[in-house]
Design a protein around this ligand. Structure first.
Ligand SMILES: Nc1ncnc2c1ncn2[C@@H]1O[C@H](COP(=O)(O)OP(=O)(O)O)[C@@H](O)[C@H]1O
Ligand SMILES: [Mg+2]
Length: 379
């Protein structure tokens, strides 16, 4: 890190993903929570064509809070992260005009593929810049619902029954695939509900809740529009959705659990319920759980974080079935940071307000970067 007074934090947001707009709202929250006595932000928006554009703070902070209205300012100049460190080992950006400008750390606030799945993390590794959150491996396994479940199963973490399906297998014999998926129906229920999901996505994009056999094929085709691999799961009726925030590296801590109370009759926390419909869902913090259940949630969240090689931050989402069984649903290695997002709210309720949370995340990134820079790179 340079010796200047403030840590220069590049906040990276937008991205080529269906969650582009949500990312803008998250970035706005992170920038607002940055302690200006300690940090100096550089805002970088990635547009849907993949261009990196310098962004104006006043514009980002003044942007709409509705994801349908939030947009990047695409009239701003392009900016590039230099692919390798400068002469003193420092990471740099090439700014408009061509000069190289050093940065100390990157805060990726990108959701979904290319941002949360290890792609950007790999670029940051090459550039030699520390960054907030999970590394390449943890990001990649956290984004892939199939590999994630395989690692969780190995760690003996309870999961809902599911099957993974690849495009090639579907093209070869869709009838056999439909049989296999339909067999996920809970015993004695006839058919479903069954959830069909693209393996690598988020925000419920491409996810369908299927309650009739006749709708299954269309749901599978729909999910395959987003990915070459899909995951189908037994749907739990009357499920409660519990979320737990994790913070740290070698000794991560878990927040109080929270609950998403879905307003829609089918209980499906869809894209619309997440971001568009104000009554789509409400948040309850802490979740209404017995102390033993809350403890079990925290332990599962920490075990999940470790099993999936996460670091820095993650939100672990769980299901609580009516029979009180707990299942891990998924990890989100770059959780939402919007004003109504669970991750910052859970920490606030656990005694870590936003300003401190963001500062701790940056400190974790810098500490990890420093430790890694001391590793031997030759035999
Ligand atoms: N097995 C399941 N049983 C009941 N509801 C489910 C199940 N799987 C998913 N859901 C519902 O669908 C939502 C989105 O699924 P999820 O796996 O979390 O995908 P995403 O990564 O897009 O958030 C969940 O929040 C929940 O409301
Ligand atoms: Mg989810």
């Amino acid at each position: 890190m340079r010796n200047s007074a403030k840590v220069r934090v590049a906040v990276l947001f937008g991205g080529r993903s269906a969650e582009h707009e949500i990312s803008l709202l998250s970035a706005r929250f992170v920038v607002e929570a940055l302690d200006r006595d300690r940090f100096e932000p550089v805002l970088i928006g990635i547009d849907k064509a993949g261009r990196w554009l310098l962004q104006d703070e006043a514009l980002l902070l003044g942007a709409a809070r509705d994801p349908r209205l939030a947009r990047l300012n695409d009239a701003m100049p392009e900016i590039a992260l230099d692919a390798h460190p400068g002469p003193a080992g420092e990471a740099t950006l090439t700014v408009p005009g061509g000069a190289r400008s050093p940065i100390d750390v990157v805060f990726p606030v990108l959701h979904g593929p290319t941002g949360e799945d290890g792609c950007v993390q790999g670029l940051l590794e090459l550039a030699g810049v520390p960054y907030v959150g999970s590394g390449v491996l943890g990001s990649a396994v956290g984004m892939d619902k199939d590999v994630m479940k395989r690692l969780l199963r190995e760690a003996e973490i309870p999961l809902v029954p599911h099957v993974t399906l690849r495009r090639a297998a579907w093209d070869r014999d869709s009838g056999a695939c439909l049989e296999q998926i339909a067999a996920l129906s809970p015993a004695g229920s006839g058919f479903g509900p069954i959830f069909v999901k693209p393996a690598n996505l988020g925000s419920s994009v491409g996810v369908r809740r299927v309650t009739a056999r006749a709708e299954l094929e269309a749901a599978v085709e729909h999910a395959f529009e987003f990915d070459l691999k899909i995951v189908c799961e037994q749907g739990i009726e009357g499920v409660r959705e519990i979320e737990c925030a994790v913070l740290g590296d070698d000794d991560p801590i878990a927040s109080v659990p929270g609950e998403i109370v879905v307003g829609h009759a089918d209980g499906f926390y869809s894209y619309a319920a997440k971001y568009i419909d104000a009554e789509g869902a409400t948040i309850r913090i802490p979740a209404d759980l017995s102390p033993a259940e809350a403890n079990a949630v925290q332990l599962l969240a920490l075990r999940t974080f470790r099993a999936l090689e996460a670091s820095g931050m993650a939100r672990v989402d769980l299901f609580l079935a009516p029979d009180r069984s707990l299942y891990v649903n998924e990890i989100n290695t770059i959780p939402g940071f919007t004003a109504i997002s669970m991750y910052p709210k859970l920490w606030e309720a656990s005694g870590i307000p936003a300003r401190e949370l963001i500062a701790r995340l940056i400190a974790l990134a810098l500490a990890r970067g420093a430790r890694k820079s001391r590793l031997r790179t030759s035999a």
